[in-house]
Design a protein around this ligand. Structure first.
Ligand code: C2E
Ligand code: CA
Ligand code: CA
Length: 734
């Protein structure tokens, strides 16, 4: 808005100047001027108009031109009087403007400025000194000189003042500032012009008018010298400007370079956080630890008194914290732990986060291997204080495994692995403790790995076999059925018992395949015996089901399929599961058990009494049999409280309409006690050890002929240890 108003103001001034200029021009033209009849004037006018506009010099950095016209116009003023000078200046201004501008308004304005400024000069001179043309002839040279000074100053003030006024208005700058900045030193050209004009005037009067023609080349030379000087200055100014630009650009470039290199540095640093450091805790990661460990190994090789140790730390029950307080609290704990562990160490030690809640520490340059133990103890002591995490007091403990450089390993991984094994040992031994790695641990770990590989191969190579242990009905002393127990016929180690591989098979998931095989194999076998030796009550088969199998989705389909394939009566099958399997997920277990029961299969709770079954739950499960754990039977001496436990279980089973099987019956006393308690079934070494299918078949065929197990017991020393040793010799290997 302001700019528009300014432009309007500038326009008004411009038009006023044009109007004033036109008036001055008209007034001058109307006054009698003898010069117009003088050929010399026209000659001078011709020189002025032809040469003047062509000899204009642009002053560097300033929007103004210097022409040599001033000299000629001043000359015409001094020789041909004011009106001639005003008219000539106006025309010359118009012509010069034609050369330097394309706008008509500018031509009018430029011409008018000259008309007005020369009118001002002329009338000031006349006012101060009277007639102008007589001035060169004045006797007193001071008058002439003063007049020349006034002339140049007036012309300069009038001309530059009017132009500066318009420029200042347009640009919205103060007049004085614009004038001083752009036009101050053009005053020199006026003074020079006026002086030259004064000298030429004197010459004209002394020598004649044609001296003008003669001096023109001199003026030209002076002018061109000035012109080239200015050109040169302009070039220099341009060079300076260019140099300045260049410097600016260069400094910008340098700044940019600095910025880029800083960013590069930062991203390098970042890459180094990402490649060798853990993002959460800022600790070194496994890669960096391995690097440091390599160096430590090298040092230890060179110096025999140089020890180092690796501590492998794993928080106990960290998952609990994560699950109960949330992952962000878990993260905070890991960060706080990192800081606390750092405080327990020397600057040369390296603590790294390997992932999750696993940390490892490299203690380098130890004087005594026992120092490693002291550090582990210090860390465990530090952890007895709670962590304050966003208002929660969190307690945690850690299991620590220690591996020492004394093992002389070459590879960092081996040391880390040993420390890891020792840490697992600490967990096994009750957590919140440390264990020092020893060679027995190593052997154990190697053996376990070997076992796992062998176990995988065992399935492909059909190395499993089933042994059968008779279950005796205690009411009539007859063979009721068998429990199928898996054995592994290891090509090198001989017969391997379930206690050695079942938990590994469960951990690796191989148990589902093994379990299915056992079920199919034993169903087939017992079905065969049922056919060969039909009995009043067909033989039953008990098969163990691991917790892994129990949570298997297609268990029902699998069991159904095997029963169909082997043509086995579901009512003769008892699947044995432990209490914990049922209790861990009671809801799911109930549905699963119901589905199995719907197939007609009987369900048995194994090792009953050792788990945590809530008796109130028991009746909800469609379980038909309880197997009293061997530990109660073996300690069932007279007056022992175990007898009471067995009695209670028996009562409970009877009340719930369940059969009760006593496991691990080894002595005749136990048998007598169980019988007195009216226990339904018995299973144990007293009757028979688990035996291979061949022996079991013999057993079946003999009993089918009516022989009771108990009569055999009484008559022959069949279940004598020695006899058993012959029949099931392989079992004694163990
Ligand atoms: P379990 O189901 O409690 O099986 C009874 C275990 O007690 C058998 O050990 C058997 O040999 C042993 N035993 C039987 N009578 C006596 C006795 O009078 N005295 C003593 N001291 N022991 C007796 P085994 O065959 O070594 O099996 C151990 C465990 O391995 C089994 O305990 C069972 O939990 C598991 N198991 C065996 N076979 C399989 C299988 O095919 N699948 C699954 N999932 N587990 C199996
Ligand atoms: Ca069992
Ligand atoms: Ca058992």
């Amino acid at each position: 808005m302001e700019a528009v108003a300014r432009q309007r103001q500038a326009k008004t001034v411009i038009w006023s100047v044009i109007f004033l200029g036109a008036a001055c021009f008209a007034f001058s033209a109307s006054r009698p001027s003898p010069a117009l009849q003088d050929i010399h004037f026209w000659l001078l006018a011709l020189i002025t108009i032809c040469i003047g506009p062509r000899c204009s010099v642009k002053i560097p950095r300033v929007k103004s031109q210097i022409t040599i016209s001033e000299t000629f116009i001043f000359l015409s003023m001094l020789v041909f009087d004011g009106e001639a000078a005003i008219l000539l200046a106006t025309v010359e201004g118009f012509c010069t403007s034609l050369r330097i501008s394309k706008k008509n308004l500018n031509h009018l304005f430029n011409a008018s400025v000259l008309a007005v400024s020369y009118s001002l000069t002329v009338w000031t001179l006349r006012f101060l000194f009277g007639s102008i043309v007589t001035l060169p002839h004045s006797r007193n040279p001071a008058i002439f000189i003063s007049a020349i000074c006034v002339m140049s100053v007036m012309q300069y003030v009038g001309n530059s003042g009017l132009i500066a006024l318009c420029v200042a208005l347009r640009a919205g700058q103060p007049l004085w500032h614009t004038w001083r900045q752009n036009y101050l030193y053009t005053s020199l050209t006026y003074i020079a012009g006026a002086s030259a004009a004064a000298i030429i005037t004197k010459l004209v009067w002394a020598v004649g008018f044609y001296v003008v023609v003669a001096t023109t080349p001199i003026i030209g030379i002076v002018y061109f010298t000035y012109y080239f000087y200015l050109k040169n200055a302009e070039t220099q100014a341009k060079q300076v400007e260019q140099a300045q630009c260049h410097i600016e650009e260069l400094s910008r470039h340098i700044a940019e370079q600095e910025r880029i290199s800083l960013e590069l540095q930062q991203s390098k640093e970042h890459f180094r956080h990402a490649a060798f450091h853990d993002a959460l805790t800022g600790l070194p990661n496994r890669a960096l630890l391995t690097d440091h460990l390599k160096l430590a190994i090298e040092r230890a090789k060179r110096r025999t008194d140089h020890y180092f140790a690796i501590l492998f730390i794993d928080l106990d029950r960290f998952k609990n914290i994560n699950d109960s307080l949330g992952h962000s609290t878990g993260d905070k704990l890991l960060i706080a732990l990192a800081r606390r562990v750092e405080e327990c160490l020397r600057p040369i030690d390296t603590v790294a986060r390997l992932g999750g809640d696993e940390f490892a520490i490299l203690l380098d340059g130890l004087e005594d291997p026992d120092d490693a133990i002291r550090v582990a103890e210090r860390i465990q002591l530090e952890l007895t204080h709670p962590f304050n995490l966003s208002g929660n007091e969190v307690y945690t403990t850690a299991s620590i495994g220690i591996a020492l450089s004394t093992t002389g390993y070459e590879h960092p991984e081996n040391l880390l692995r040993d420390a890891d094994i020792a840490m697992y040992r600490a967990k096994e031994n009750g957590k919140d403790r440390y264990e020092l790695f020893d060679t027995i641990m190593h052997a154990r770990a190697v053996a376990l790995l070997q076992l796992e590989n062998d176990l995988r191969r065992a399935i492909e190579r059909h190395e499993f076999t089933v042994h059968y242990q008779p279950i005796i009905a205690l009411d009539n002393d007859r063979l009721s059925g068998f429990e199928a127990l898996v054995r592994w016929e290891h090509p090198e180690r001989g017969l391997v018992f379930p206690s050695e591989f079942i938990s590994l098979a469960e951990e690796t998931g191989l148990i589902t395949e093994i379990g299915q095989w056992v079920l199919r194999e034993s169903c087939q076998q017992v079905r065969q015996w049922q056919r060969k030796a039909p009995m009043n009550r067909p033989l039953t088969l008990s098969v163990n089901l691991s917790s892994k199998q129990f949570t298997q989705r297609n268990l029902i389909e699998q069991v159904t399929l095997i029963l169909e394939e082997t043509d086995f009566d579901p009512r003769c099958l008892r699947l044995e599961i432990t209490e914990s399997v049922v209790m861990e997920n009671a809801e799911k277990a109930t549905t699963m058990l119901k589905q199995l029961r719907d197939l007609g299969v009987h369900l048995s709770i194994d090792d009953f009494g050792t788990g945590y079954s809530s008796l109130s739950y028991l009746h909800r499960f469609p379980v038909t049999t309880l197997k009293i754990d061997r530990s109660f039977i073996s300690r069932m001496g007279a007056g022992d409280e175990n007898l009471e436990i067995v009695r209670t279980i028996m009562t409970l089973g009877n009340n719930l309409g369940m059969d009760v099987i006593a496991e691990g019956v080894e002595t005749k006393e136990q048998l007598a006690q169980l019988r007195a308690l009216k226990c339904n079934y018995g299973q144990g070494y007293l009757f028979s050890r688990p035996i291979n299918s061949e022996l079991a078949e013999k057993f079946v065929l003999e009993r089918a002929q009516g022989q009771t197990v108990i009569s055999t017991l009484m008559d022959e020393p069949m279940l004598d240890e020695t006899v058993l040793a012959q029949t099931t010799s392989v079992e004694y290997v163990n």
